[in-house]
Design a protein around this ligand. Structure first.
Ligand code: PLP
Length: 393
């Protein structure tokens, strides 16, 4: 099949006109700094959208997660339960604090933290008081079950909503589910500031402390007075201008991503693959990435080493590697699912709790992210669908 002339991306930034206007205003008024109207407005709009009392604009989602775990009291040696199937930025902030992440397996109905595994983890590590919970690929986790378990054990939830801004769980936006939550404006997220993130909380003291820590922990004094270690984590007013301009387009992006998901679902019907699932009765994802798993019985042999992979082609069967290669051959970008944290060499010594016999590893083996760009045309998507279908011939 003929390759696309310009690459179809997994998920690339989609700009409109307001972004340029707000960035220009920052230039024209010389607010070229980490203070300014764009920051104030972006914070106000996000807090309003998520019904949060406070939103603090930071340099990245990772910075937001770092300050969230720090303020939740994670320090040297603190054990923290973390979603296992995720991007490493969910877990690294715990390590920045000297904490010890313990990975909790995923479950098959949302690909997020398995409440049964979490329950078991509290039996194994009753001293744990912190849970870092992700909503993967924009799909809300099994929040109510997880909250009930955390309440029973007196643990706080730090919600990593980096991928799921705009997704809703039982009427509540993700980013409002955690005691403290983080969202990201990285370039490939549902909306972007080129980079950036926000910490969300309903607690005034937390919000104040985050503002202070993110600007080098300056005390209220006539000179630079410091009693605790701080960071340079504040969002720039230029980045905030892009975020501010993107915010009115969040729902439009979600609608486009939803259309992409539904076209894949329809177009891939009848071949042995399954779309990334969500619990329809519990809300709606933001459809950030469309993913599939190859059904077990239709997997050809695939061998993954630490950094390389091969597979053995078989009639009527396929695997993520073959599908990714086939998509690449027409200039369309896919990606394997996140490789679970417990399979990463960097976390080889960390605890890992599962009750299902490793759902995360199974999803990683059989799953991939499809090109999910909201600017992809129907014609392009149809060709991608055709290429995926051909892998099973
Ligand atoms: C993108 C992402 C982050 C980090 O956000 P940055 O803004 O890139 O630092 C954290 N967690 C998950 C699950 C992400 O996908």
């Amino acid at each position: 099949m003929k390759p696309f002339e310009s690459k179809v991306y997994l998920s690339s930034p989609t700009m409109h006109t307001e972004e340029r206007q707000y960035v220009r205003e920052a230039f024209d008024t010389n607010w070229m700094s980490t203070v300014g109207e764009n920051i104030n407005e972006a914070e106000r709009l996000v807090a309003e959208r998520l019904n949060r009392k406070y939103a603090v604009a930071l340099s990245s989602g990772t910075a937001a997660l770092h300050l969230a775990v720090r303020l939740a009291g994670v320090t040297q040696g603190t054990k923290v339960f973390c979603s296992d199937l995720t991007f490493v930025a969910t877990v690294n902030p715990v390590v920045y604090q000297g904490g010890i992440p313990i990975m909790i397996d995923a479950e098959p109905s949302t690909w997020n933290m398995d409440p049964a595994a979490l329950e078991k983890a509290f039996e194994l590590y009753p001293e744990v008081k912190h849970v870092v919970l992700v909503n993967l690929f924009g799909t809300p986790c099994k929040y109510d079950e997880i909250r009930a378990i955390c309440d029973k054990h007196g643990a706080v939830i730090i919600e990593d909503a980096a991928e799921s801004f705009g997704a809703v769980y039982k009427g509540v936006g993700t980013g409002k589910l955690g005691d403290v939550s983080a969202i990201s404006f990285n370039g490939n997220k549902i909306i972007t500031g080129t980079s950036g993130g926000m910490l969300l909380t309903d607690d005034e003291a937390t919000a104040k402390e985050v503002r202070k820590l993110s600007t080098q922990s300056r005390e209220n004094a006539p000179w630079y007075q410091h009693t605790e270690m701080g960071y340079n984590y504040r969002m720039s007013n230029i980045v905030a201008g892009v975020v501010r301009g993107q915010l009115p387009h969040l729902d439009e992006h979600i609608a486009q991503k939803k259309a992409v998901y539904e076209r894949y679902k329809k177009g891939l019907a009848g071949i042995p693959v399954t779309m990334n699932p969500f619990e329809e009765e519990n809300g709606t994802p933001n459809y950030w990435l469309s993913c599939i798993t190859v059904n077990k019985e239709a997997m050809c042999e695939q061998y993954r080493g630490d950094t390389d992979v091969t597979y053995v082609k078989e009639k009527g069967k396929s695997c993520p590697t073959e599908i990714l290669d086939a998509m690449l051959s027409i200039n369309a970008e896919g990606r394997p699912l996140w490789k679970p944290m417990h399979m990463q060499p960097i976390f080889a010594e960390n605890g890992y709790v599962s009750v299902s016999g490793d759902t995360g590893a199974d999803l990683f083996e059989r799953g991939l992210c499809l090109p999910s760009d909201n600017k992809m045309t129907e014609e392009q998507q149809n060709r991608i669908i055709e290429v995926i279908r051909s892998c099973f011939e």
